[in-house]
Design a protein around this ligand. Structure first.
Ligand SMILES: Cc1cc2nc3c(=O)[nH]c(=O)nc-3n(C[C@H](O)[C@H](O)[C@H](O)COP(=O)(O)O)c2cc1C
Length: 187
């Protein structure tokens, strides 16, 4: 099947000059043929409050419902996130919590690929590890390999925010191809 696929891209950093948002912009350039990327913002998603989520989902804040609708339209999700205190940044976890609730959650069984950039040496390994139980609980379909850990991020981008590291670019292309193949199988 050769129909067009849509990936939803989320950066786990709200920082203007974020390396992770830069990496996500690069993902757009490295997509396989037949795939489009739609970058979703989590900047305006309020803190999770179950009183606004149940029993009537029509009470959900508009930004949350929009986010969920955009995820539902996507065939797969690409998350590019920093590591905060060895874990998932709160803003990202909060957005995922909002998207995770209900039988109509757009995360259930969804193919997903993770990547991360850090200025440190470990390239978000511990943050990515923290996602495993979440994938399990939500029955998501993660593409684990190849793993994308962009360490010492400052050295990996040029002044225009383009990824300079050819090895990392090749790995990202492989990962996106694997995500495409999985999404095609499930579609
Ligand atoms: C609250 C906070 C916690 C952090 N914890 C970690 C950490 O556990 N591991 C790490 O490698 N870097 C950590 N850092 C440094 C980030 O990797 C670095 O600030 C990175 O540039 C953030 O990503 P961004 O450029 O996309 O905003 C932390 C930064 C902040 C603000």
């Amino acid at each position: 099947m050769n129909s067009q696929l849509l990936f939803a891209g989320i950066s786990g950093s709200l920082r203007k000059s974020s390396f992770n948002s830069m990496l996500l912009q690069n993902v757009e350039e490295l997509l396989p043929a037949g795939v489009k990327l739609r970058i979703l913002s989590i900047a305006d998603i309020p803190l999770y409050n179950a009183d606004l989520d149940k029993p009537d989902a029509s009470m959900r804040p508009g930004t949350v419902q929009y986010f969920r609708d955009q995820l539902a339209e996507a065939d797969a999700i690409v998350i590019v996130s920093p590591e905060y205190n060895y874990s998932i940044p709160g803003v990202l976890k909060n957005a995922i919590d909002w998207a995770s609730r209900g039988e109509d959650s757009p995360l259930l069984k969804k193919p997903i690929a993770l990547m991360g950039a850090t200025q440190g040496l470990w390239g978000t390994t511990r943050m990515q590890q923290e996602f495993h139980p979440l994938f399990q609980y939500l029955d998501m379909r993660p593409v684990y390999k190849p793993e994308i850990f962009v360490a010492q991020a400052k050295e990996k981008f040029d002044e225009k925010g383009r990824l300079k590291d050819e090895k990392t670019k090749a790995l990202i292309q492989q990962k996106l191809q694997a995500l495409k193949e999985l999404a095609q199988q499930i579609k």
